[in-house]
Design a protein around this ligand. Structure first.
Ligand code: SF4
Length: 338
């Protein structure tokens, strides 16, 4: 069955707030539908609720195609023309989902949200040096004027991203994967945005570079002033950096948990989250049977039911409520320690 149009759920603002921290981004009932030929609708994101606080890294994890990059595009106002977004996503006073393109281009991208992209090399302009791209971004985002001042600010941004000054006059194709990642990160830092959004920042990097990249991202959270939303399919990277973890499956956030409890004891409570962790090579390395459902043909009840060993008739009939834990029969701590 194809779900009906997005209907954001009302939820008390304090429901998902990390204790004692000021939320930088607050997402309420975010849904995204793609309108396809012949009137088909694809539910890419359904009723997402989460917050990210200053000084906090929230890792949004899940397999490819689960909707996490669509969610990022919705926050940045970069959805394709056949997409419909509903709900709210507040960054300070601004509702990103209600903002017009002019506001998104002038105020949001770069200034309120610094994007560390999935493919840094593709994000950089191939025919221009890193220096000229940084200088242009400094001019556009910071209002710095004067050749020398712009040059100094561009070099400072490169230094913040650990991008060496003697590489600034290189073109993107002359950079290694790690250097391209740092160049893209330097561009993301220029506007001093309160939220960094890193979309699969470790894709294609070897393990050492993955560790280095996430350590650098953590450093850019800037002594608790900046929030980091990291979208990743790499649970090891998430374990290294995240304060909290949000697990996404078939377009829904099914569990939000403290990272220490999630990766350590007592472990995840949602059967899918638990399966994801067990599929890691350094854990039990047990694959989850079956495949995720098509987002254009989601079942009536829980989308994980066909793959879940805890499924009951209730799971097939009723979708579990979205929230910190969207499951009719979650693991309880005693199960997990058994
Ligand atoms: S709601 Fe049911 S089928 Fe879905 S994850 Fe929980 S136990 Fe499994």
């Amino acid at each position: 069955m194809t779900p009906a149009d997005p209907t954001p759920t009302e939820r008390a603002p304090t429901d998902l707030a990390p204790t004692g921290r000021r939320p930088v981004l607050s997402v309420r009932g975010l849904s995204v539908r793609f309108l396809m030929p012949a009137g088909r609708r694809v539910a890419a994101v359904t009723d997402a609720h989460f917050e990210v606080a200053a000084g906090e890294c929230l890792a949004l994890v899940g397999e490819s195609g689960c909707g996490k990059s669509v969610l990022a595009s919705a926050l940045l106002g970069l959805l394709p023309a056949n997409a419909q977004a509903a709900g709210e996503a507040h960054l300070g006073e601004l509702d990103l989902l209600a903002a017009d393109e002019r506001t998104l281009a002038r105020t949001v991208r770069g200034r309120l949200i610094g994007l560390v992209p999935q493919s840094p090399a593709a994000h950089l302009t191939p025919v221009r040096t890193v220096r000229s791209q940084l200088e242009e971004t400094v001019g556009a985002l910071t209002g710095t004027r004067g050749r020398l001042a712009v040059r100094v600010a561009a070099e400072a941004a490169a230094t913040r991203a650990a991008f060496r000054a003697d590489h600034l006059d290189r073109h993107p194709h002359e950079l290694s994967g790690g250097l391209a990642q740092r160049a893209a990160t330097a561009l993301a830092l220029v506007g001093d945005a309160p939220l960094l959004l890193a979309d699969e920042p470790t894709t294609g990097l070897d393990r050492d570079l993955v560790d280095h990249t996430v350590d650098e991202l953590r450093r850019h959270m800037d002594t608790g002033r900046r929030a980091l939303l990291m979208i990743t399919h790499d649970l090891s990277a998430a374990e290294r950096i995240a304060d909290r973890v949000a697990v996404m499956y078939a377009g829904r956030i099914v569990e939000i948990a403290d990272a220490e409890a999630f990766f350590g004891a007592p472990g995840p409570r949602h059967p899918y989250s638990r399966g994801l962790l067990q599929a890691l090579p350094d854990r039990a390395f047990t694959a989850i049977p079956g495949m995720p459902p098509e987002l254009g043909d989601l079942p009536e009840g829980c989308a994980f039911a066909a793959r879940c060993e805890r499924a009951t008739d209730a799971c097939g009939a009723l979708p579990p409520t979205t929230g910190h834990l969207a499951c009719h029969h979650p693991h309880v701590p005693e199960d997990l320690s058994a």
